[in-house]
Design a binder for this molecule. Structure first.
Ligand code: ARG
Length: 571
C-alpha cells in the first residue's frame, strides 16, 4: 500500500534540500481538525537555514508545488502548509490494499525476523490464579501476537513459580493438615487452605518455618519423597490453570518454570564468582548494586538455597542460548520492578551484551468493585475462573434480551464475555491500575470489547443481507465518485493507520494502542454506517460502500486477534 505521508515527504524533499526525506517524514503532522487538511508541514525549522520567516517559506513552497495527483489542495496558513489529500485516490488505494490482504492485512509480509521470547502468566503452583495473573496472561498473549504480526517468531514461556521455600511450607502443611483425598477432591483451594493455616500457626510456632526450610533444602538436594509431593502439587495446580487458559484461548510454547533451572544455577553462580561479582554477606552470596543505588541482588541464602533472582538470571541465560532471542519480554505486576531492575543489572555486570534485549513490561493492579482483596495469603481470594464464568453468564443474559433467536448463544456468550474481560484489561495504558466494574466491562455501547465485536457482527450481518457469503467475500468494483464523503474518509484513515499502530504498540510494549485503535475504527465505521445508506439501488455506489464494510470487517477482526479476542459473526 502506498504510504501517502512518505509520498508527501518525498515531494517536499524536492523543494527542501536542507532536510532528508526521513526528517521531513518525522515533521509531518496529522491535524486534529480536518479543516486544516489531512497532513500539515510546519516550516519553523527551515527559517535558520533559509534566512526567511517561516510564513514566507510556507508560501514559497506552496507557490512552486504545481499539480500533484494525490493532493487535491495545498494551502499555506501562517508557518504551516496544510495538505488536502485527493480523497478518492486515497480511499480507493487503502480499500484495495485491505481487500488484497484480508486476514493478513496489517501483518508483515516479511517473516523470520528473529525470535522474541515472551514470559507471561507464570502463576505460582499451589496458589490460585488471580486477576493479576489474568493481566499478565492477556497482555503477554497480546504482545506475542503483536510481535508475530511484525514478522518475529515468538516463543511463549510460562515461567511457573514452581520452586522456592514455599514448597517446603506446603509439604509441612500437607503432612499436618491434609490428605491425598482432600487434595484430589478440592485441588488448589485445599492447597491454599493449608498454606494459609501454616502461615497463621507459624506466627506462634517459628520452628515450623525452620522445618519448612529443611524440606526445601531436601528438595534442592533431590530427596525423593519431597520431590514426589512437589510434583503432585504441581500437577494438581496445572490442571486448574489449564482450565483457565482454555477459557481464555491462550497457549504456551514452554512450561519451563523455576524448577527447570535447578541444575543449571551452579554454573551461573560460578560464573558470577569468576567475574568477581559475588560478595559474601552474613553467609549469603550477594551482588552489590551500590553504584546503581539499589539494594544488593541476593544470589544464595546463608543455607545455600537459591532465590527467585538466581533462577531468573539462569533462565535468561538458558533462553539466550536456546532461542538466540532478539528480545526477551517479562510481563509482571509493577511491584516486581525492583526485582527485574536488580537482576537485569547483574546480567549487565556479567558483560553479557544481550542485557539490553531484556525488557520488563510492568502493569498496574486490578481491584474489584466493592474492594474485595486479591491477596492469596489472606484466603479472601477472588478466583479468576469465577470472574470469567460470571462474565459469560452475564453476557448470555444480555444476548438473550437483545437477540433471543441467536442459534449459538453459548458460544457467542463465551467469546463476548471473555473478550470483554480481556479487552478491559488492555484498554488503558497497562501501567494504570484498574478498578474492575461489570457495568463498564459489559457495556455494548461503551469503549469496550463487546462494542468492537458488535460492530464486527453488524458488518457481517449487513454483508449477509447484501447476499454475500461472508466466508468467501468477493472483490468488488470501487468507483471513486462513491467514496468521497467525510465518513468514508474517516474510516479509510483508520484503516490506513493499522500498521503504524501495530508498530508503535510493539515499540512501546503497549497492547492498549491496539484496543484504542479498535474502538476508533469501530466508531468511525458506525458513523459511516449510520449516515450512509449502503444497500442502495445504484450498483456502483452499493459495491463501493460494501467494500468499505468488508475492509472494516477484516481489520476489526485482525485487531481483535492481536488482543487475543474472537470476532463472532453475529451476536
Ligand atoms: N511467578 C511470579 C508471580 O506470580 C511471576 C514470574 C514472572 N516471570 C519471571 N521470569 N520472573 O509473581
Amino acid at each position: 500500500m502506498k504510504d501517502f505521508k512518505l509520498e508527501l515527504a518525498k515531494l517536499l524533499n524536492t523543494k527542501i534540500d536542507t532536510l532528508s526525506v526521513e526528517e521531513i517524514y518525522g515533521m509531518i503532522e496529522v491535524p486534529n481538525n480536518v479543516a486544516m487538511g489531512d497532513y500539515a508541514f510546519p516550516c519553523f525549522k527551515l527559517a535558520k537555514a533559509l534566512r526567511k520567516a517561516p510564513p514566507m517559506i510556507a508560501k514559497d513552497i506552496v507557490d512552486t508545488l504545481g499539480e500533484i495527483d494525490f493532493i487535491e489542495k495545498a494551502e499555506n496558513v501562517n508557518a504551516y502548509i496544510n495538505f488536502f489529500l485527493n480523497r478518492s485516490v486515497f480511499v480507493k488505494e487503502i480499500l484495495l490494499a485491505v481487500l488484497a490482504d484480508r486476514e493478513s492485512y496489517g501483518l508483515a509480509k516479511e517473516k523470520n525476523k528473529g525470535n522474541v521470547v515472551v514470559d507471561y502468566s507464570s502463576p505460582n503452583i499451589a496458589k490460585p490464579f488471580h486477576v493479576g495473573h489474568l493481566r499478565s496472561t492477556v497482555i503477554g498473549n497480546s504482545l506475542y501476537h503483536i510481535f508475530e504480526a511484525l514478522g518475529y517468531n515468538c516463543i511463549g514461556v510460562n515461567h511457573l513459580g514452581d520452586w522456592g521455600t514455599q514448597f517446603g511450607k506446603l509439604i509441612v502443611a500437607y503432612k499436618k493438615y491434609s490428605s491425598k483425598e482432600e487434595v484430589e477432591e478440592k485441588g488448589i483451594s485445599e492447597l491454599l487452605r493449608i498454606y494459609v493455616l501454616f502461615h497463621d500457626e507459624a506466627k506462634e510456632h517459628p520452628e515450623m518455618d525452620q522445618e519448612a526450610r529443611n524440606y526445601f533444602t531436601k528438595m534442592e538436594q533431590g530427596d525423593e519423597e519431597a520431590l514426589a509431593l512437589w510434583k503432585w502439587f504441581k500437577e494438581v495446580s496445572l490442571n486448574e490453570f489449564e482450565r483457565v487458559y482454555k477459557m481464555l484461548g491462550v497457549t504456551f510454547d514452554s512450561y519451563n518454570g523455576e524448577a527447570f533451572y535447578n541444575d543449571k544455577m551452579d554454573a551461573v553462580i560460578k560464573d558470577l564468582e569468576d567475574k568477581g561479582l559475588i560478595e559474601i554477606s552474613e553467609g549469603a552470596k550477594i551482588v552489590r548494586l551500590d553504584e546503581e543505588n539499589m539494594a544488593p541482588c541476593l544470589i544464595t541464602k546463608n543455607d545455600g538455597s537459591s532465590l527467585y533472582a538466581t533462577r531468573d538470571i539462569t533462565a535468561a541465560k538458558y533462553r539466550k542460548e536456546t532461542y538466540e532471542f532478539k528480545k526477551c519480554i517479562y510481563v509482571t505486576a509493577l511491584q516486581q520492578n525492583l526485582h527485574f531492575a536488580q537482576w537485569f543489572k547483574v546480567i549487565e555486570k556479567m558483560e553479557w551484551d544481550w542485557a539490553k534485549d531484556l525488557v520488563h513490561v510492568p502493569f498496574g493492579m486490578v481491584s474489584m468493585e466493592g474492594g474485595a482483596k486479591l491477596s492469596t495469603r489472606s484466603g479472601n481470594v477472588i478466583f479468576l475462573e469465577d470472574i470469567l464464568k460470571e462474565a459469560v453468564d452475564k453476557t448470555k443474559k444480555i444476548i438473550e434480551e437483545k437477540n433471543p433467536d441467536l442459534d449459538n448463544k453459548d458460544e457467542v456468550a463465551n467469546q463476548v464475555g471473555i473478550g470483554a474481560v480481556i479487552f478491559d484489561d488492555m484498554y488503558n495504558n497497562i501501567i494504570k491500575d484498574i478498578q474492575f466494574s461489570w457495568e463498564r466491562v459489559l457495556d455494548f455501547q461503551g469503549e469496550t470489547g463487546p462494542y468492537v465485536q458488535y460492530t464486527h457482527a453488524r458488518a457481517c450481518s449487513l454483508l449477509k443481507k447484501a447476499g454475500l457469503d461472508i466466508d468467501n467475500l468477493p472483490d468488488l468494483e470501487i468507483s471513486e465518485s462513491a467514496i468521497a464523503d467525510d465518513t468514508v474518509l474517516a474510516v479509510a484513515k483508520e484503516l490506513a493507520d493499522f500498521k503504524n499502530v501495530i508498530e508503535s504498540a510493539a515499540a512501546n510494549f503497549e497492547p492498549s494502542y491496539i484496543a484504542r485503535y479498535a474502538v476508533d475504527l469501530a466508531q468511525a465505521f458506525n458513523k459511516f454506517y449510520n449516515e450512509q445508506p449502503i444497500l442502495v439501488g445504484d450498483e456502483a455506489v452499493k459495491n463501493s460502500r460494501l467494500a468499505v464494510v468488508i475492509a472494516t470487517k477484516y481489520t476489526i477482526k485482525n485487531a481483535l486477534h492481536l488482543l487475543g479476542i474472537k470476532a463472532p459473526v453475529q451476536m
